[in-house]
Design a protein around this ligand. Structure first.
Ligand code: ATP
Length: 244
């Protein structure tokens, strides 16, 4: 099985804070969706930052380990190089450009594409999220939270990434909206074969959506396996799914 993302023994520390990740290993097979579960402060966002080259901006640094993306060692590469290699991120908090229109936001995501490909890719995103098509001339700041999340996803998807990193998609959104966004993402995975690493507070949803899951506690992976196995474990049932 081809491995798209291979994190090996990764340790990360923040200045004056000690280790936030302690020997984390995680494999994401090509075309799969992997969920990363963990309580607040477990280190989920830190892992995403380490993969996307954004640790230093947050005062963190890798102290050990490696991250291989599709055959290339990527630790230390700047984010724009990662985009060119086929990685895209939907950051926590959505972070769309509020003054720009929906279409302009998508164009930002499409900036690395050859000109001739832009229109087709934009149309594919509009097909996935018709709401964005209806609102394409509106400033992103006027969209609802759910629509902004669709736009953030659309902006990440428009370039046709091989790996999509999604951080806390459900934060502050109504459950029905979250579910419909996940359904669209599932279609993306099924039709384009996009690999995804999904950080999600809502364990139930994440385990439904993903094929494999990892559980992070205090900077360490304490459990991993198929989503079904992880969902059936005592640890996850008691601590993350709220059942006995
Ligand atoms: P959440 O669900 O709350 O986002 P998380 O699992 O994503 O939590 P991280 O944000 O990765 O967790 O935090 C892991 C640990 O690193 C925590 O102890 C946190 O306080 C610490 N941490 C995170 N960012 C920084 C930073 N910029 N500087 C110092 N410590 C940080």
């Amino acid at each position: 099985m081809e491995i798209m993302l291979n994190v090996e023994n990764l340790s990360v520390a923040y200045a004056r804070k000690g280790l936030a990740l302690d020997g984390v290993s995680l494999q994401l097979p090509a075309g799969r969706i992997v969920a990363l579960l963990g309580a607040n402060g477990a280190g989920k966002t830190t892992l995403i930052r380490a993969i996307t080259g954004l640790l230093a901006v947050h005062g963190g640094g890798v102290t050990a380990g490696s991250v291989n993306f599709n055959g290339t060692e990527i630790l230390g590469l700047p984010p724009h190089r990662l985009v060119r290699l086929g990685m895209a991120q939907v950051p926590e908090g959505r972070l769309v450009f509020k003054q720009l229109t929906v279409e302009e936001n998508l164009q930002v995501g499409a900036a690395i594409l050859p000109r001739a490909a832009v229109q087709e890719r934009m149309e594919a995103v509009y097909q996935l999220f018709p709401r964005l098509l209806e609102r394409r001339r509106q400033a992103a700041g006027w969209l609802s939270g759910g629509e902004q999340q669709m736009l953030a996803l659309g902006r990440a998807l428009v370039a046709g990434p091989r790996l999509l990193l999604v951080d806390e998609l459900s934060l502050g959104l109504a459950p029905l909206i979250v579910e419909s966004i996940y359904e669209q993402l599932k279609i993306v995975g099924d039709t384009l074969g996009t690999s995804m690493l999904v950080v999600e507070q809502n364990a139930r949803l994440a385990l439904e959506f993903a094929s494999t899951a990892y559980v992070l506690e205090r900077g360490r992976i304490v459990l991993s396996g198929s989503a079904t196995e992880v969902g059936a474990s005592d640890l996850v049932r008691q601590s993350y799914l709220g059942s006995q």
